[in-house]
Design a protein around this ligand. Structure first.
Ligand SMILES: Cc1cc2nc3c(=O)[nH]c(=O)nc-3n(C[C@H](O)[C@H](O)[C@H](O)COP(=O)(O)OP(=O)(O)OC[C@H]3O[C@@H](n4cnc5c(N)ncnc54)[C@H](O)[C@@H]3O)c2cc1C
Ligand code: SF4
Length: 644
């Protein structure tokens, strides 16, 4: 690229930006650069800006050019790296910056999850490069080597690169306790044959590699000093309704396949919406509140196809296939055994009488008894005990409202634990027969839209007047829903009053959609769950263990004491019963401010101690399985994982 051509391109950025940005970004000059850099360094890497979960469409350049650097997520990393002078300005850097048209779609998506405005960073990136070039800065041309040339021969010129502007967005996540690696190459194969050829090529040169989905595992799993194989181009979806299965390629995200399944009247078992299905199966075996019914690991799928480490093909139904159904609960690091190139997921029928309710509890003990009782009796479809942190961050569109909501749910309403329960009319009838007062779907919608008024004297007085000594008995009153509506005056406008003014009308329309207060939709598509790291990221401890109230209380006490000793915020995440109520999966979280070096040191130490505590209990009981030791074994039989 000549200098004249570069300057022509750069001057066009200004014009494009001004014509496309939505209101707030037209007067961005006043934002302190440090705030922009901090935002860029706060990207959670959960890839929510790579899926169309709000119906706004996805970053057009990302969809076209596919490398992470062409999405808001990657541009956040790129900008931070340029400001820190960690990488030079390269040709791809120019292309990535130019390809952003400042449409602002990412603001809606990222604000929904993290309350951040990536378009401010995108604009700062353009300004940064313009100023750099005006000052006479040069654009570095990246030299191609022999391996890269051969890789390009396999996947096509555009789909393999060693340009630092691409590599940088495959280099880290926010995990506090791993050493990150900058890959030499990033390659995006588009078929199993191309993966096989790339794997053989890398093997022949002794270059290590890792396969990557959307990189949202967030625990340092997708980094390599050699090559990263980003499988996002492989987005095939083939339904086989007569066999109740859908075969997806390794580039298909949970949200996409769930949306397609829904159109056909089915549900697929998915968890985080931006997680790629094959990756999720491989990593953790895919678990969610629906695991109570749909299971975990090999319960989820019919078959899966792989490219082995030597480049050959196999599928799990081959009699000679490597035994990926086995499980090795050892403390060694387990890399991916093979690259998954398709998985055929089970299609679950959906009945038209499914309903969601929330069952509140004053203590974990009672919530555990309820959840276990339902699971043992096979009552219900999806069961999850949620703590006050999850409930409030999921429901509240902003951090400040989440803090208020948490206090209301846990202290003022006396509901520190709430069981999310989804079932058909027979299951719901059973829950009522068990004598539990519930927040039904209609009341849930009222509480969601009336969240900001939950703190009002009118509402709290109403509860005081209607309570008769038995916890939550007011929920049984037939007219309680109407009274709640009168007291809270719920509306999408009320819920969104805290949101940045220029985004408010969009969010008001969004929260007026029926799905946004539909417990079934929200739990099936899970678009709110990654909000739990909106304030700060966390280290999640996830384990399988028997639903033993005493054991759980004891371990929780130990985890709390460790966090308190290191002055870290810690929270109960969720518990879902599995395996017919014999066991559960439990997440407990330690939060940390990744901008604070002292806090980073403390979270590392706390994570180490908490890991040792869980190891101790695992040895003592013989029945606890920590997910960190079975990562990349997600195809295993549940029985091999839990019983052996
Ligand atoms: C907020 C949040 C909540 C979460 N909650 C849950 C939850 O409830 N349940 C749950 O199951 N998970 C949960 N996760 C974990 C996460 O969804 C999974 O780790 C998932 O795998 C991430 O998908 P990804 O496409 O980003 O995978 P990546 O991070 O890209 O990859 C994860 C691992 O899979 C390997 N891999 C990727 N693709 C392939 C492939 N095609 N073949 C072989 N190996 C491959 C990678 O090498 C890596 O080891 C959560 C994550 C976040 C951020
Ligand atoms: S939605 Fe925001 S925080 Fe999440 S990956 Fe995209 S830019 Fe980063």
């Amino acid at each position: 690229m000549t200098r004249e051509a570069i300057m022509d391109t750069v001057s066009s950025w200004q014009i494009e930006g001004n014509s496309n940005m939505h209101e707030i970004n037209k007067s961005e000059a006043a934002i302190p650069i440090n705030d922009i850099v901090t935002m860029a360094k706060s990207c959670r890497h959960y890839a929510m800006c790579k899926i169309d979960f709000l119906g706004t469409g996805v970053c057009a350049s990302g969809l076209e050019k596919q490398y992470v650097s062409f999405y808001p997520e990657g541009r956040m990393d790129l900008y931070a790296a340029l400001v820190d002078k960690a990488i030079p300005v390269t040709e791809k850097c120019m292309e990535i910056t130019e390809s952003c048209n400042l449409c602002g779609k990412c603001d809606y998506q990222c604000y929904f999850v993290s309350e951040m405005r990536p378009s401010k960073v995108m604009k700062a990136l353009k300004d940064h490069l313009r100023n750099y070039l005006k000052r006479g800065g040069t654009v570095v041309q990246t030299k191609e080597d022999k391996i890269l040339a051969e890789m390009k021969g396999i996947v096509g010129d555009f789909w393999a690169t060693n340009d630092l502007a691409i590599r940088i967005s495959y280099h880290h996540d926010l995990c506090p306790h791993v050493i990150f690696k900058l890959p030499e190459y990033v390659v995006m194969p588009n078929s199993r044959e191309e993966i096989s050829a790339v794997v053989k090529l890398l093997n022949s040169h002794g270059v290590p590699y890792v396969v990557r989905g959307n990189g949202a595992s967030s625990h340092g799993l997708v980094f390599s000093e050699g090559a990263v194989l980003d499988l996002n181009r492989m987005k095939t979806i083939e339904f086989d309704e007569k066999s109740w299965s859908v075969k997806v390629g390794p580039g298909v995200a949970a949200f996409t396949v769930q949306s397609e399944a829904r159109k056909r009247g089915y549900r697929v078992h998915t968890a985080e919406p931006a997680a790629l299905i094959c990756a999720n199966i491989m990593t953790s075996g895919l678990l969610s509140t629906f695991s109570t019914t749909y299971g975990i690991s090999a319960d989820n799928f019919v078959n899966a196809e792989f490219v082995s480490k030597n480049g050959s093909f196999f599928n799990l139904n081959d009699i000679d296939a490597p035994n990926l159904f086995s499980s090795n609960n050892s403390r060694a690091d387990h890399g991916a055994l093979a690259s998954c190139v398709s998985v055929s997921m089970k299609l679950h029928p959906v009945t038209d009488d499914e309903e969601g309710v929330l069952v509140p509890f004053e203590a974990l003990d009672a919530a555990l008894d309820f959840a276990r009782n339902c699971a043992v009796r096979h009552i219900g479809l999806s069961i999850g005990i949620l703590g006050g942190e999850f409930v409030s961050t999921f429901l509240a569109p902003t951090k400040s409202l989440a803090a208020v909501a948490k206090d209301i749910f846990t202290r003022k309403l006396g509901m520190p634990y709430i069981v999310l329960f989804i079932g058909d009319k027979y299951a719901l009838r059973s829950v009522r027969d068990m004598g539990h007062p519930v927040i039904d779907q209609k009341l849930f919608a009222t509480l969601s839209h009336g969240l900001t008024a939950l703190n009002s004297a009118k509402w709290l007085d109403l509860l005081g007047e209607l309570s008769d000594g038995e916890p939550f008995s007011y929920l049984r009153l037939s007219h309680f829903g109407e009274l709640a509506e009168l007291a809270l005056a719920p509306s999408p406008a009320q819920l969104t009053q805290d949101i940045d003014p220029d985004l408010r009308s969009f969010f008001e329309e969004l929260y007026s959609r029926a799905e946004m207060t539909d417990l079934i939709w929200l739990n099936t598509f899970r678009i709110q769950s990654s909000r739990y790291c909106r304030e700060n990221p966390c280290v999640a401890f996830v384990c399988y263990l028997p639903i033993n109230n005493v054991l759980i209380a004891e371990i929780q006490g130990g985890l709390r004491a460790i966090a308190a000793g290191h002055h870290l915020k810690d929270e109960f995440g969720f518990i879902t019963p599995i395996d017919s109520g014999k066991r559960c999966v439990w997440e407990y979280d330690y939060y940390f401010n990744h901008h604070d070096p002292d806090e980073l040191a403390r979270i590392r130490q706390a994570t180490h101690e908490a890991g040792a505590l869980l190891d101790e209990y695992s040895e003592k009981t013989g029945t606890i399985r920590q997910v960190r030791y079975v990562v990349n074994q997600g195809c295993c039989r549940k029985e091999n994982l839990l019983y052996l």
